[in-house]
Design a binder for this molecule. Structure first.
Ligand code: MN
Length: 200
């Protein structure tokens, strides 16, 4: 089982000024590539492991040999999270607000779009250290905001549909300590069509 880094679906500079080209280049070609390489290195120790998707590997982590569980959790999580993250971003000029259907669902579960945005932003701001803020569909089918540490994916809570990387490597070159500004600007480049696809 060998994982590969899929091509980034756009050029490094298309998300400027929200995310600068240098950050995108390092984030994708160094950080994400390292997660893929380290994941493969861990799995190579057990060539007879059955073929699994990245989701299956992470959901069934405790069934893996004990000595590679941490490496797969961290690097497999990193691979899954970043693949999803790239797919969720669009240039500001191509931004599309949530569809009527998606908006109705957000309003049903949060009261309003702004209430969801506030909860999500707070989760992203208050995640101490490195981690992710998430919009998920929980096990009862309800949209919910949560956050995780490191590269953990909230599969136990539900299915992630929108994620924001709040590791310093995701914003420090451009925003330094101003994580709240990065979070505010993130809302200008969300691909809500993709979020809706993830909900299906
Ligand atoms: Mn990252």
């Amino acid at each position: 089982m060998k994982f590969t880094l899929a091509p980034l679906p756009y050029a490094y500079d298309v998300l400027e000024p929200v995310i600068d080209a240098k950050t995108m280049e390092i984030h994708y070609s160094k950080h994400h590539q390292a997660y893929v390489n380290n994941l493969n290195a861990a799995l190579e120790k057990y060539p007879t492991l059955p073929e699994q998707t990245i989701e299956q590997l992470l959901i069934n982590l405790e069934k893996l040999p004990a000595d590679i569980q941490t490496a797969v959790r961290n690097n497999g999580g990193g691979h899954f999270n970043h693949t999803m993250f790239w797919s969720l971003l669009v240039p500001e000029k191509k931004y599309l607000a949530p569809s009527t259907t998606l908006l109705a669902r957000i309003v049903k579960d949060f009261g309003s779009f702004d209430a969801m945005k506030e909860q999500f932003s707070n989760a992203a701001k208050t995640r101490f250290g490195s981690g992710w803020a998430w919009l998920i569909v929980d096990t009862t089918g309800k949209l919910k905001v949560t956050s995780t540490a490191n590269q953990d994916v909230p599969f136990k809570e539900g299915k992630p549909v929108l994620g924001l990387d709040v590791w310093e490597h995701a914003y420090y070159l451009n925003y330094q300590n101003r994580r709240p500004d990065y979070i505010t600007n993130f809302f200008k480049i969300i691909n809500w069509k993709k979020v809706e696809e993830n909900l299906r």
